[in-house]
Design a protein around this ligand. Structure first.
Ligand SMILES: [Zn+2]
Length: 704
């Protein structure tokens, strides 16, 4: 079967060859004579879409920082909403009540919804998957949900999108063959189920080609899906780990095997240059968060290349961001003003820059379409790709690169460490210990501390917003965990600032060299591109503009400071390991933390899962549960000051039980070092009689 279609693809398959009429009335208007670029039109339930088209991403039924009016003025026609996020909040009942997303968000144009698959598969620790679907835990309320082809379509029908996506199994583009093949077959079976679930709904439905970077799988997947009555086909699983060259090659290979008479959608791509290159390779539709996300970071796309508006060179510039742009921002505001707003972290800066960047994207799409219709795409492409690769040539940021010194950047006892896996962290030279040694540090901070502690739930769902949430960040290091907490607060603040709880983050650190070094080299540390870290270094304090979040630094030894800090609700316990900093892993220190934690029934999260550390936490009085694994670590640890705390936790983690106790009894690290025989007996008693283990089962087991 694949062979026939491979042959047919070269010559193209006309609309008459499809047995089922597409719901989109797709009309191919023009194909370039010297490129694979094409211009087309299709009709949705909420109006016409002309391609090539870019969909701004409206994750939470809002394109961040924009109103429906500014979106339209920027040239947006089709927008994307995320099924996963909308399922969890506000939930299908709200869309049913409003008759769909259009009335709910006051958008009368076409909407495309994804299936939720991408989000589920980006949370590897928080889901289980089988043939039926993927079960995962909500980050909003900790409840368990099943995302199946049928439930995804049901939610997308409730949202009432014009274009729905079939649930697919999304894997890294770099996945090995066997894994990619298995995921592809899953995706195919789920595609058939999605079509059945759609039934006679007038909403259009797209299938998704998978196969990672394996050419024969991609061909097989395209050949399989083009046989099904989909209204369009998407290329999934790119822009997740592959090189730019691989992405372009796979895109071109897949479009060669897709029918001519259906829209082709490259999911999650990308930069203006990626979009130009993909249109050249035959893609019609795109979505990406880049224009909104970079606006928040102060980056503007312009005819002179990409500008970083945080830079002081823009401080006094009266010209607009781009003299050749006619967007509302460029017509009304100077670069100096936008620079000032971005430096001050003002929401208006994000909004105005968002208008400009979205206008830039939509103008690019319009120009490409016009050049295709005139059959001049190739010359447009040649010229534009040079322009899009430029960056702020009038104000070059750096001198041309000198040869790199062989030695990494250092400060005091710390140096920049490049992991062979491609991420950057900080290493203590004397101990050789790397902060967040086994995973990309910002990801680990998010998964292990922010998500696992359900920080967003606690900030948004607090019964008493006035009640301050206190977080201890033990071991500030290069502020990976602290900034992850602050970003989480900012995401919550952007969603809802009336019921938001006040957050107080207290970082403990002896030595500020790691942070100073990382801030100096913030080119390597995206998490530090924020006003807060330099405030902390300069004054030991930072406050969010809302007044609802403050971050303070307690400089010195944690052991000298812990009783003077505000009583914590959450403790992110991330000092150097026992080997390097033994004093912070003893029963004595944990007992003091426990005493301080009791009044608020605090929870302590740590990366260590060692038997000795868990035993010390138990002996100190904590209830100890197994935390999630991250990367190569199979698990981590959560300690609760009270049994009630365990019960109240939104994700109901499981306490260590009889199996752990058996392992501990056999462990060679059963006792902390240097305990006398008498102290060992006492320690043993503390563990053996800990309330955590005194279930009936254990009592019976002991009696036996
Ligand atoms: Zn503009």
């Amino acid at each position: 079967m694949a062979k026939d279609f491979a042959n047919a693809a070269g010559t193209g398959v006309g609309p008459e060859s499809r047995s089922v009429q597409s719901r989109l009335n797709f009309t191919l208007e023009k194909e370039s004579s010297d490129s694979k670029a094409r211009a087309a039109t299709f009709q949705t339930l909420h109006g016409e879409v002309t391609t090539p088209v870019f969909c701004p991403v409206g994750t939470q039924a809002t394109v961040k920082g924009q109103t429906v009016d500014t979106l339209k003025a920027s040239g947006a026609c089709l927008i994307l909403a995320n099924t996963y996020h909308l399922l969890l909040r506000p939930g299908p009942e709200v869309f049913k009540k409003f008759g769909g997303i259009h009335r709910f968000m006051n958008w009368d144009g076409p909407v495309l919804t994804d299936s939720g698959g991408f989000q589920i598969f980006s949370l590897p620790h928080a889901r289980e998957m089988n043939e039926e679907g993927a079960r995962f835990q909500s980050y909003v309320d900790g409840k368990s949900y099943l995302l199946s082809p049928e439930s995804s379509i049901e939610m997308q029908r409730a949202i009432g999108s014009d274009i729905m996506m079939a649930l697919d199994q999304c894997i890294d583009a770099t996945a090995p063959y066997a894994q990619a093949e298995a995921a592809m077959h899953f995706t195919h079976r789920w595609a058939e189920r999605s079509l059945r679930a759609r039934g006679d709904s007038p909403q259009a439905l797209f299938g998704i080609v998978q196969g990672a970077c394996h050419a024969d799988l991609r061909k097989q997947s395209a050949a399989f899906l083009r046989e099904l009555p989909f209204d369009g086909l998407a290329i999934g699983g790119l822009a997740v780990g592959e090189t730019r060259g691989e992405r372009y090659d796979m895109t071109e290979l897949v479009t060669e095997h897709l029918p001519r008479d259906l829209p082709r959608y490259l999911m999650g791509v990308g930069t203006p240059l990626d979009i130009l290159e993909s249109v050249h390779r035959g893609v019609d539709m795109f979505d990406c968060i880049i224009p909104s996300q970079l606006s928040q970071r102060g980056v503007a796309f312009t005819s002179e290349g990409k500008l970083q508006l945080r830079r002081t060179v823009h401080k006094l510039v009266e010209n607009p961001i781009d003299a050749r742009c006619d967007c509302q921002t460029c017509r009304q505001y100077s670069r100096a003003y936008i620079h000032h707003l971005i430096k001050s972290d003002e929401v208006l800066g994000w909004h105005l820059l968002g208008i400009h960047n979205l206008t830039f994207y939509h103008r690019l799409m319009r120009e490409m379409r016009e050049s295709i219709l005139r059959d001049e795409f190739l010359s447009y492409y040649e010229e534009k790709r040079v322009e899009l690769a430029r960056s702020d040539e009038r104000n070059p940021g750096r001198q041309p690169k000198k040869p790199q010194p062989a030695r990494p950047a250092r400060l005091g006892d710390y140096e920049i460490h490049r992991s062979p896996r491609g991420y950057t962290s900080i290493r203590q030279i004397s101990s050789g210990e790397v902060m967040h040694s086994v995973n990309a540090p910002a990801d680990e901070a998010d998964k292990l501390y922010i998500e696992q502690a359900c920080l967003a739930v606690r900030l948004l769902n607090g019964e008493a917003p006035a009640d301050e949430l206190v977080i201890w960040d033990v071991g500030l290091g290069a502020a990976f965990n602290a900034m992850a907490a602050i970003r989480c607060f900012e995401r919550c603040a952007a969603m809802n600032d009336t019921a938001l709880r006040t957050m107080c983050l207290v970082s403990f650190e002896r030595d500020l060299d790691p942070l100073t070094l990382a801030v100096k080299k913030s080119g390597h540390f995206a998490h530090l591109r924020h006003a807060a870290p330099s405030h902390i270094l300069e004054s030991g304090e930072w406050r969010h503009s809302s007044g609802r979040c403050r971050w303070e630094l307690l400089k010195g030894d944690f052991r000298d400071l812990l009783e003077s800090a505000a009583i914590p609700d959450l403790i992110f316990y991330d000092p150097f390991s026992y080997k390097t900093d033994a004093a912070l892993w003893t029963v004595e220190i944990f007992a003091r933390i426990f005493q301080r934690s009791l009044p608020k029934s605090a929870e302590l999260y740590t990366y260590s899962a060692s038997t000795a550390v868990r035993a010390a936490l138990l002996a100190a009085g904590f209830f100890v549960a197994q935390g999630i694994g991250t990367g190569p670590k199979s698990d981590t640890t959560i300690a609760f000051a009270t049994a009630q705390g365990v019960q109240d936790h939104p994700a109901s983690p499981s306490l260590l039980g009889a199996n752990w106790l058996t392992r501990w009894r056999r462990s060679h690290a059963k006792f902390p070092p240097a305990l006398s025989n008498e102290d060992q007996a006492h320690f043993e008693k503390l563990i053996e009689t800990h309330r955590q283990f005194l279930s009936e089962d254990i009592l019976r087991a002991r009696a036996g």
